[in-house]
Design a binder for this molecule. Sequence first.
Ligand SMILES: [Zn+2]
Length: 729
Amino acid sequence: MQKKIITAGSLMAVLALTNCTSVQTQEQSQQTQAAVEQKQEETNPLLKEWTGPYGGVPAFDKMNLADLKPAMEKAMALNLAEIEAIANNPQPATFENTIEEMERAGEELGRVFTYYGIWSSNVSTPEFRKIQAEMAPKISEFNSKISQNEKLFQRIKTVYDNAQKNPLPADQQRVVQLVYEGFAMEGADLSPEKKERYAAINKELSSLYTKFSNNVLADEEKYIVYITKDQLSGLPESFVKAAAKAAADNGQEGKYAITNTRSSMDQFLTYSDERALREKVWKNYYSRGDNGDANDNNANITRILQLRRERVQLMGYDNFAEWRLQNRMAKTPQAAMDLMLAVWPAATARAKEEVADMQAIANKTSKTKITIEPWDYRYYAEKVRQAKYDLNSDEVKQYLELGNLTQAIFYTAGELFNFNFTPVPEGSVPVFHEDVKVWEVTDKTTGEHIGLWYLDPFARQGKRSGAWATTYRAHTTFDGKKTVLSSNNSNFVKPAPGEPVLVSWDDAETFFHEFGHALHFLASNVKYPTLNSGVRDYTEFQSQLLERWLSTDRVINQFLKHYKTGEPMPKELVAKIEKAATFNQGFATTEFLASALMDMHLHLADPANLDPDKFERETLTKLNMPKEIVMRHRTPHFTHVFSGEGYATGYYGYLWADVLTSDASEAFAEAPGGFYDKQVADKLVKYLFAPRNAMDPAEAYRLFRGRDAKIDALMRDRGFPVPGPQSKK
Ligand SMILES: [Zn+2]
């Protein structure tokens, strides 16, 4: 669930406002003229047009950090000149001379931010972080200059008002609506004094976001637990090997490093027999950003919440949540809360049952009497899993080899989307690290080129944790066809040379999940860049839905093969996995919902004197949070919410999307062809993937399903009791 689409804080807002391409030529202001001249003598590699095969590809082999700052400054100046020219056009405002020109502007900036995103997420260094901290307020200022450009907004408003009277073609109408609402939500209608304050707030926020995420990263790098050979009891061999390598990489040859990342913590807590070490690893992980030292995030959180509240109050909203959710599928904080609270009691009740099962096993097996603590949860859950379901995670892993899984996602894409994946010739497409591999995506029937797919599979220093998907170039046709450059990024532990990459069932699901985002990018058929934008509580749906294909018969029989014998996963093991699917849902749903509810409560509370630690404790007490479970992301390292605005009051979106996922997957399960039913697959692509944001999500869903989604399928999937009279959301 912590999978996310990359959001670089306010950067996405910048890109959303300035979506891409070349300089317009009519009515150029002097400023634009100067910009054009500059453009012609451009030598900075980060600004240069992408050349080479497949409609041009990023020059990842020419990335030099010294070029970044000048490139960003220049790209922002060029884009501002373009915007000025649009705003000062003496002709009456039309869709073509205003909206379409805006869609076209910011080409250089889009390119620089592609590189910036790679430095920030894939190959970060202390030197880069310095530049990032320096640039964050400048980017915010730049963003404000556009969103608060009075003349520009008046032109947008004119086009919008005219379109209300005389509607444009559907896709243009949607673009106008999204652009207009985007500006209005960013304070374009404010008085000059309020606008000034608005911009100052955003500038301060952007620095705080950078500080917040850098503090978390610093604590992830700082708190590594080194253990010795006699402390390895219970740990799987693959983990031990990787831990030895990680220790050696950190100059601690002969020891074993338990790094402070989710996958390392998760595995260690599941398998290690050393209870005191489990506690230590757990404490390190859940104290990130909360250590009372230079990297402590508590003061940053309070300030962020205060500034967010102040900013939306300038526009007449009560609180950040109300402002944020107006254009989400949920529409109001109440609707999101209602859904969360409908699921919460079932989740915590199930957690209590899980703890009772674990305590019983602990009583039987532990030499000393123990009470289940949070650092025991995963360990005893694994024991219960083995006892109740006789399911050994390590045995399952033997059938989940990364190369086979990659073929499995390609097969799925072939069946549902009619896509074909072929590795590009070695060296033909530049990459930013030798581990990155690239495939060409074509239509299976026509052979038409659709795009490229980059995969950066392994964890390494300077790469952010978790898994995510992003695009370097999105599909559009309004200005000539542009094909998609999509990417998936994971943090699989790189094996010792010659060893296979075996992953957990969860990680395999995540792999399908992120690929779902990539397919969503690749399937796009929209004309305008703005229509590629995502609706936060909806864009996780497509990716979550794709996870369901991992456990289909065809994938299991063809691709989930034992890495040594090549035998497909045995029927009994599959049955056990299916039976165990609702296992530990009390834990998973509770840890997620605690974070999602906290996110919403933090933004609904009065931030004036808010103490995040105290607020977190008190809110959890009020919610009756089981003491054996901790929030999936505690507030001081909740980067979804505080290292940018993408998921602020939006973390519930995963659950919202999951309701849609469960409901949509029943559409497949009920179809004659099951998960490979051609008719349902066609509707899936046509209504749920290809239109992206060109259609209202609720309407798109109704076209797919013939009705609104219901919560019932989700409750069934998690093994919770289905609530009384059919509940709609
Ligand atoms: Zn996702």
